[in-house]
Design a protein around this ligand. Structure first.
Ligand code: UFG
Length: 321
């Protein structure tokens, strides 16, 4: 297929773009490099540096079979401080993209959604029919896109799949040995922050809250390997059906606490990794664990790297020269 990957210079988008190229697809990456890196674009892909609002200029060349849409802002804290950026970029940008897709008759989209659409869950593991009550503008903007996709599928015949990611980590080594890893300028995620301490780039890691209603008092999350997450996109693409919008959760179904992640990082790196307990981070739910039963059943997706140890090992090896 001829495919547009928006945000394909970012962490997850670049891994998906690499796997699409390896599978023989004709890939065009569109990215404004606001948070991505030009050298993360796979060599086999064509790169267009442009904002999402200009995707129509690329789609106008014709022949596109689908779009995989990653281009978005994704920092929860930033979204609380600057909601305008999230509504403009994540919702406004996506509406411009959907408009361009209709104009240029691009039939399908795989959308990068998030567990943040659910907010604080009533029960775990979270299924796709759980209530959606986002607790921040990031999650709200992604939920608004999911809502728009349902309407566009029903009214305009769009074929859409939303993948709701839980906590993505790890790195991907492609067949040509290129390594695709997390490289955020502002890094807020737990595993890369812990590994930065092991690398000597930071003195200690902060544990945000140890008074949650969990066995060790720290938050529990469901960590998924970026290579497994990317595979789900390749399965979703041919499964997109005209006039339907399907939502799938993507996680391993097992939760690990912040302290368990720290302990696993100490095992992998051999570094003591000092940790300091700090107040809770606003907006953090206590427990987020996915039920991925729907995608496992309907698309035969199965994580190849479910172990937390393996996920951290890949992230660690990608950081070392
Ligand atoms: N944490 C720390 N110290 C740190 C960083 C994080 O204790 O230095 C804690 C957080 O408080 C949280 C857990 O580690 O309890 C995981 O935090 P991350 O920032 O790694 O991930 P989040 O669960 O906050 O966010 C992820 C995605 C978001 C998405 C969200 C869905 O990064 O994009 O899952 O809930 F919105």
């Amino acid at each position: 297929m001829k495919l547009l990957v928006t945000g394909g210079a970012g962490y997850i988008g670049s891994v998906v773009a690499a796997q699409l190229c390896e599978a023989g697809h004709d890939v065009v990456v569109l990215d404004d490099l606001s948070t991505g890196h030009a050298d993360a674009v796979p060599p086999a892909a064509r790169f267009v540096r442009a904002p999402i609002t200009e995707a129509g200029d690329t789609l106008a060349e014709g022949g596109f079979h689908g779009v995989l849409h990653f281009a978005a802002r994704s920092l929860v804290g930033e979204s609380v401080e600057h909601p305008d950026l999230y509504w403009a970029n994540n919702l406004g940008g996506t509406l411009a993209l959907l408009d361009a897709m209709r104009t240029h008759r691009v039939p399908r989209i795989v959308f990068s959604s998030t567990a943040a659409t659910y907010g604080e869950p009533d029960t775990t593991p979270i299924e796709e029919n759980a209530p959606t009550r986002p607790t921040n503008p990031y999650g709200a903007s992604k939920l608004a896109v999911d809502t728009a996709l349902t309407a566009f599928a029903g009214m305009y015949g769009l074929a859409a799949v939303s993948l709701r990611y839980f906590n993505v980590a790890g790195a991907y080594t492609a067949a040509d040995h290129r390594v695709y890893r997390e490289r955020h300028t502002v890094e807020t995620h737990l595993i890369p922050r812990v590994l930065a301490v092991a690398l000597g780039l930071d003195d200690s890691v902060s544990v945000f809250g140890d008074d949650y209603p969990t066995p060790d008092g720290t938050c529990i999350r469901d960590y998924i390997h970026v290579a497994d997450l990317a595979q789900a996109h390749l399965l979703a693409l041919p499964a997109c059906a005209e006039g339907t919008h399907t939502i799938y959760n993507l996680g391993n179904g097992t939760g690990f606490s912040v302290r368990q992640v720290l302990s696993a990082c100490r095992d992998v790196t051999g570094h003591p990794i000092p940790a300091i307990t700090r107040p809770r981070r606003p907006g953090d739910p206590a427990v987020l664990v996915a039920s991925s039963a729907r995608i496992q059943h309907e698309l035969s997706w199965k994580p190849a790297h479910p172990s937390l140890h393996a996920i951290i090992t890949d992230a660690w090896q990608a950081l070392r020269p």
